[in-house]
Design a binder for this molecule. Structure first.
Ligand code: FES
Length: 388
């Protein structure tokens, strides 16, 4: 606050002084009208300041170079003080000690000393990969700020574990970074995607019902045939609606819709894909009934929100995937299709963003595992009926 407030006040003071000075100079340069303008100026300046006004003006005019010199001396003094006095020592494992000025975070200290330190979110307090264990501290540590508190509450960090990007120590301390700083993904060509990028995406989960039972009754090659048919139906529809298959999880599919920078568009694409999948699975089932005397039943869930999208994997195996709380919610919504015996469950957020006619579907408030607040969902028994 101080860092922003003082320069802003200084600049506005300087600006208003400049305006006043130019008005006075203009008034003085006029013949005849000067008395009128000076009278306006004098009226705006209270009488009590009359005695101060001229001295201040002449003070600025006469001592301007000295004032500038004074400011330069103060700035140099501050730099020297920050560099050589009141420094804080941060000790790392292996007795490496980094000296930092007050206000520097532990993560910045690691960067200054080129000590490898994980920071997946880039120091925004949105992950916990930079966390350190504070082994000892000369004085008590500053209390966690709002970002850090949120992470601490969410993942339940112990008192001596702090986020290095948020902790700005006020006294000497000794820390141990807790997440392995040697990133085994370094050899991948695009290091930016390794750290992931926060994106608002819509996530669609599809899962087959009773597939284990079905596969027990069928020959393995028949199972492969059925699965490939189902993958191909879903895959084509997902792609034609500008989504992409993130992964196949056994008989389940996770798809990401993030082609648009506008979340409403991504939600509409995901809902349209779900509707088309339902329609096409109905025709596939007609074929399955004839060929295997079976039909394929399935459930789908859609949720949207911020996720981290990036390359994840190990060695030479990497896939771009999305992770985060909202992905888990989409998966839970798909599971809820069993509870509500319906084809599709979507969050109210998705329905609003996709501009669905809400009156047509059943709405419920549900508790989602891992979430404190209840969530409003819509259950849709036949997704093919959704018209966008
Ligand atoms: S780098 Fe992500 S929280 Fe510190």
């Amino acid at each position: 606050m101080i860092y922003i407030g003082i320069p802003v006040l200084g600049i506005s003071g300087f600006w208003s002084g400049l305006k006043e000075q130019s008005l006075i100079s203009y008034a003085k340069s006029l013949n005849g009208e000067e008395n009128f303008l000076l009278s306006i100026i004098n009226e705006t300046v209270p009488k009590e300041f009359d005695s101060l006004y001229v001295p201040v003006e002449s003070l600025i005019n006469n001592y301007y170079p000295l004032i500038v010199l004074g400011l330069i001396i103060i700035a140099v003094f501050n730099v020297v003080r920050a560099k050589y006095f009141g420094r804080i020592k941060v000790q790392y494992p292996g007795s490496e000690v980094v000296s930092i000025s007050k206000g520097t975070s532990i993560l910045e200290a690691s960067k200054i000393a080129k000590i490898p330190h994980q920071s997946m979110c880039g120091g925004k307090g949105r992950c916990s990969t930079c966390r350190v264990k504070v082994v000892s501290a000369q004085r008590s540590l500053p209390t966690p700020n709002a970002y850090e508190k949120k992470s601490i509450d969410r993942i339940g960090l112990e008192e001596d574990i702090r986020l290095a990007c948020q902790l700005r120590p006020t006294s000497d301390l000794s820390v141990i970074p807790l997440v392995n700083p040697q990133n085994s993904l370094e050899r991948v060509t695009n290091p930016v995607s390794l750290s992931g990028k926060e994106k608002e995406t819509a996530i669609l989960f599809i899962d087959l019902r009773n597939f284990t039972k079905l596969s027990e009754k069928k020959l393995p090659y028949d199972v492969v045939y059925i699965l490939n048919k189902y993958y191909s139906v879903c895959g084509k529809i997902i792609e034609s609606n500008l989504g992409r298959i993130d992964k196949f999880i056994g008989d389940g599919i996770m798809a990401i819709f993030d082609s648009s920078g506008e979340i409403g568009e991504n939600c509409r694409n995901a809902v349209r894909a779900a509707s088309e999948i339902s329609e096409n699975m109905n025709s596939l089932n007609g074929q399955m009934k004839i060929e295997f005397s079976e039909d394929i039943r399935f459930g789908m869930g859609i949720h949207a929100g911020d996720t981290i999208v990036g390359l994840m994997g190990y060695g030479k195996k990497f896939t771009e995937t999305a992770v985060g709380d909202n992905v888990n919610v989409a998966s839970r919504l798909e599971e809820l299709t069993k509870t509500y015996t319906c084809e599709l469950v979507i969050s109210r957020y998705v329905a609003d963003k996709a501009k669905l006619n809400l009156g047509k579907f059943n709405s419920n408030l549900v508790k989602i595992r891992g979430r404190k607040e209840s969530m409003e969902i819509l259950s849709i028994s036949n997704a093919a009926e959704i018209k966008l």
